[in-house]
Structures are given as C-alpha cells and as structure tokens.
Design a protein around this ligand. Structure first.
Ligand code: PPS
Length: 296
C-alpha cells in the first residue's frame, strides 16, 4: 500500500472523516487491509479502550506482571513494548509490523477500535481482551487536552465546540457512547473479555490487579502485585520517560503533558453548569443500558 508522505507530515494535522460509520483519521485507516487480516494468537492479550481511558496505565501494569521489572522497562518505551495495532505512521510506527516483531510471549497489543472493527482472528483465536472504560466527562476532558498537544490528532478547537463534537461522536474512533456500550454488550457472547473501569483502578488499584491476574490465569505473589501497584502509580509513571510519552516529538508537553492529572472528577473544572445539564440530558438518551453505570 502506498502511503502519501504529505498526509503523514506532523506539520499538517489529520482531518476527520466518516469511515464505515465511525469518525477516523487516515493514520488509523491507511493500513486497514493488513489490520483486518492481522493474525492474532491464542495467547495474545489485547488492551482495548476508547482513547484516554487508561490504556497506558493498564499496559504498564500488564507488562510488569508478565515480564517483571527488567531492562525492558527502563529502555523501551511503552508504545514499543505494547504496539498500537491500527496505527500507521511510517517509517517509525506501523502497528501490524511492530507486533510481528515483538519477541515476547504473550504479545501485549493496544487498540482503540470499536468492537465491530476488531480483526476477526482475535475472536477466532479466543485471545484475551481487557477493556477499560472511563466516565464520559473525564474522558472528554482528557481527550480535549490530548488533542491540543498532539499533532497527530485533528485540531481540538475550543472547549465548548470540542464537547459538542464529543456528544455528536465526531471524534477519532467515533462515539464514546457506542464504544463503551458495544464492548460491554460483547461480553454476552465472548467470555474472554474482562471489562474494567478507570475509576475502580483509581479507587483500589490492588483489587483491580488481583482481578487482572485471575482473568489472565496468572499466579502472582502478594509482593509481586504490590510492587506492580507501586510502580504504576500516577506520579511514578509521570516521571518515567519510558511510560510518559515524552520521547514522542509530536506531542507538545508545554501545552499539556500526556500524564496530565490522572484523577476522577476533573471534569468539574471544565464543564459549565449549562454544559453539564445539556450533557446529562443527552447522556440519558444515548445510554440506555441500565447495567452500564459510571462513577462521576
Ligand atoms: S491514550 O492516548 O488513549 O493511550 O491515553 P490513555 O493512556 O488511554 O489515557 C491517558 C489518561 O490516563 C491517565 N493515566 C493515569 N491515571 C492514573 N494513574 C496512572 N498511573 C495513569 N497513567 C495514565 C493520564 O493521566 C490521562 O488522563 P488525564 O485525565 O488526561 O490525566
């Protein structure tokens, strides 16, 4: 597949377009054929989220649980240890190729794909999938600051127009509402899917690590789990060059750091009362499944 270098220039931000009913940018669709034909393995572990829901945190937890604290953690950035399946930004990052080159077993793989776009081999191979969901209000705030600082994202614009676009699902990877609901409902037919919440990770990281270990069939000692918990606390990761994305030149940390606040409830510093009322009203119409509840 030929890649137009113009389109991948970090100087020009990519445009959003409708891709099979989901808003996307070309850096996540240019490699579509290879993504769709990707060959998953039965022991692959897929870390799946809507953007900004805790992917990096859980990636780091799983990487430490599986491979321990070795030179790997101190010398290889998290985005190389856990490649991003659908990302294509040649020559540095081509998710499908980066995964093929992983020396580890299992392979830890990151994706933001909505459930209907996941390559079918993951289902066929019955690979383990960890899905992390984050409440919509904190999620949109985190996404806003990310789009301000990341030249690989469309322009963020101002906060109120960004919030409007979020409610309309005109974000890269589409509608938050469809994403979290689609993956939630998939649990009914696919049992190898562990659905967890960012807010629970904040409240009791140790308990969530326990649950991850049992889902992954791992027997980790209490000391081991405690070490992983401590190593993946927000301040620890914020200062860890191999986990905090500071090695990516197209992210401007003077605008906003990747590890920004790491909290539940920061939305209260962004939403006006009117925005909050409008958001809640719209939310009720879109989120019809009473079992899928988020702490705000
Ligand atoms: S991405 O770009 O989609 O992969 O981003 P993602 O990693 O999913 O989400 C980034 C947000 O997760 C926060 N984060 C953490 N919070 C608490 N503890 C730890 N260890 C941690 N690591 C990452 C990060 O700060 C982003 O949230 P905000 O609200 O912007 O701070």
């Amino acid at each position: 597949m030929a890649v137009d270098p113009e389109k991948t220039s970090p100087c020009s931000r990519p445009e959003l377009f409708d891709f099979h009913g989901v808003h996307m940018t070309h850096i996540f669709t240019d490699n579509w054929e290879k993504v769709q034909n990707f060959q998953a393995r039965p022991d692959d572990v897929l870390i799946t989220t809507y953007p900004k829901a805790g992917t990096t945190w859980v990636s780091n937890i799983l990487d430490l649980l599986y491979f321990g604290q070795t030179e790997r953690q101190t010398s290889i950035p998290i985005y190389t240890r856990v490649p991003f399946l659908e990302l294509i930004s040649p020559p540095l990052m081509i998710g499908t190729e980066d995964i093929e080159q992983l020396p580890t077993s299992p392979r830890l793989i990151k994706t933001h794909l909505p459930v209907q776009f996941l390559p079918k081999s993951f289902w066929e191979q019955n690979s383990r999938i960890v899905y992390i969901a984050r409440n919509a209000k904190d999620n949109v705030v985190s996404y806003f600051h990310f789009d301000r600082m990341n030249k690989f994202e469309p322009e963020a614009g101002d906060w109120s127009s960004f919030l409007q676009r979020f409610m309309e699902g005109k974000m890269v990877f589409g509608s938050w509402y469809d994403h979290v609901t689609g993956w939630w409902e998939k649990r009914q037919t696919y049992s190898n899917l562990h659905y967890m919440f960012y807010e629970d990770l904040i409240t009791d990281t140790g308990r969530e690590i326990d649950q991850l270990c049992s889902f992954l069939g791992m027997s980790c000692s209490t000391e081991e789990k405690e070490r992983v918990r401590a190593l993946t606390q927000f301040d620890q990761m914020k200062n860890d060059k191999m986990a905090n994305y500071s090695t990516i030149p197209d992210m401007d940390f003077t605008i906003s750091p990747f590890m920004r606040k790491g909290k539940v409830g920061d939305w209260k510093n962004h939403f006006t009362v009117a925005q909050n009322e409008q958001f809640d009203e719209d939310y009720k119409k879109k989120m019809k499944n009473p079992k899928l509840q988020f702490p705000y």
